[in-house]
Design a protein around this ligand. Structure first.
Ligand SMILES: Cc1ncc(COP(=O)(O)O)c(C=O)c1O
Length: 419
């Protein structure tokens, strides 16, 4: 006899109100301690809280760049700032087009529009929610200058398919790695394939300073441009170069730099813990009829910002809506889809071309064109949003938590399969 589902009056596998899952919102799912405290204390005692005078931010940039085998790194105040700094360094023309993905955070798109460029959205693979390279090429026009890919959820995009498109069309490539610290494609770090790799250190990310970000590049000229863009185009090198362009103030403070440095030194250990539990979960799910673990490409190393699962409705014997209600009644920590459940370009800001005052700039002539953002152009995204379930993962999850999640999923599968 299968165990009665909580949805039908049975006992839930876990009551998160009594026994919450570990969360990125507090210490239950975050790793801060002596290392951060020690470096923070050094900063306070030094009296230098600004990066121009201190050493923490510089040391963080050095160690982050070394880890990635990159020549240059620029630490900034958020992941959005990292992306904007990268875009700013490219110095594209108003109305130029940048192809990106409709499943991402606003930070990716803000960086494009705040450089007066037009975001054009490819579609995603409905099982991984990663940009589908097959949908990029037919979005390319004579105004396309750059591709901004997003290594979503801790995964890596398929770089074997993306790089030939970048090369053939001579595009700039920006990799948004906000969710994918330490993820790899064929053993190579994400963020090192393109002109820039941009990372977020916001509270939910694999390593965090609450808010913060960093971008890396191997290109000397772009590295210099990015560094100047993030700090008002002031020349801190002592060469006395004047302010040649309009930049931003996206500087990281030494206090943030201290935490960032301690965190990057723990990255291997943090990712190790995430991989141990997430991979145990995925192995367990592979044994459950009707429920599929994350589809991970054999060349990709996943670092589990979120875990993602799909179902086979025929094999499971129920539909996506009922499955959603059943796992939620069991107290399992999954939500449906990712981001906000629809292609990002369906938000009013894009539907109304609302970036600058009452104008439609940069979407309007003479600079740009009115790209239409229509729901039906994103079948992969629409399918993916209704047929994937994701769960924010963190290093606080234990193998006991994993066993409880597996228990809940086995229970739901057995019930609907009548076995
Ligand atoms: C894919 C992606 N891009 C960009 C960002 C922006 O990062 P931040 O929130 O640090 O500005 C985030 C973070 O939420 C993200 O997940």
């Amino acid at each position: 006899m299968p165990e009665k589902l909580a949805l039908d009056g049975g006992t839930p596998v876990r009551d998160p109100k009594q026994n919450p899952w570990p969360t990125i919102a507090d210490a239950s799912g975050r790793d801060f301690g002596e290392e951060e405290m020690k470096l923070l204390q050094q900063v306070i005692q030094s009296g230098s809280l600004g990066y121009q005078y201190g050493s923490m931010v510089k040391q963080f940039e050095k160690e982050f760049a070394e880890r990635h085998g990159s020549k240059h790194a620029c630490a900034v105040s958020s992941g959005t700032a990292a992306l904007h700094t990268a875009m700013g360094a490219l110095q594209l023309e108003p109305g130029d087009e940048v192809i990106t993905t409709p499943v991402t955070d606003m930070g990716s798109i803000i960086a494009i529009v705040q450089c007066n460029c037009i975001p054009v959205f490819a579609d995603v693979d409905p099982e991984t929610l990663l940009i589908d390279p097959a949908t990029i090429e037919d979005r390319i026009t004579d105004r396309t200058r750059a591709l901004m890919i997003v290594h979503l959820l801790g995964q890596s995009c398929n770089m074997d398919e993306i790089m030939p498109i970048v090369e053939e069309h001579e595009l700039y490539l920006i990799e948004d790695c906000a969710q994918s610290h330490d993820a790899k494609w064929d053993g190579r770090d994400v963020g090192t394939f393109g002109h820039f790799g941009c990372f977020s250190l916001q509270q939910s990310k694999q390593i965090t300073t609450g808010d913060g970000g960093i971008c890396v590049t191997d290109d000397d000229a772009l590295g210099d441009e990015a560094y100047r863009f993030h700090d008002k185009y002031y020349d801190r090198s002592g060469e006395g170069r004047p302010v040649e362009r309009i930049g931003m103030n996206y500087r990281m403070s030494e206090l943030v730099g201290a935490v960032a440095l301690a965190q990057v030194r723990k990255l291997d250990q943090i990712i190790g813990r995430r991989r141990e539990t997430a991979e145990a979960l995925m192995e367990g799910i592979a044994e459950i009829p009707g429920i599929n673990p994350a589809k991970v490409h054999p060349k990709a190393t996943h670092t589990w910002w979120r875990v993602i699962i799909t179902i086979d409705e025929d094999e499971l014997g129920t539909d996506a809506d009922t499955f959603s209600r059943a796992i939620s009644a069991e107290g399992l920590p999954f939500g449906r889809g990712a981001a906000r459940g629809e292609p990002i370009c369906m938000l009013p800001a894009f539907q109304n071309y609302a970036a600058y005052g009452t104008s439609d700039f940069p979407w309007e002539p003479p600079y740009g064109r009115k790209v239409e953002y229509r729901l039906e152009d994103y079948p992969g995204t629409n399918r993916g949003m209704s047929h994937t379930w994701t769960c924010s993962w963190n290093e606080g999850y234990t193998l006991d938590d994993v066993e409880q999640i597996l228990h809940g999923l086995r229970k739901v599968s057995a019930w609907y399969r009548g076995s």
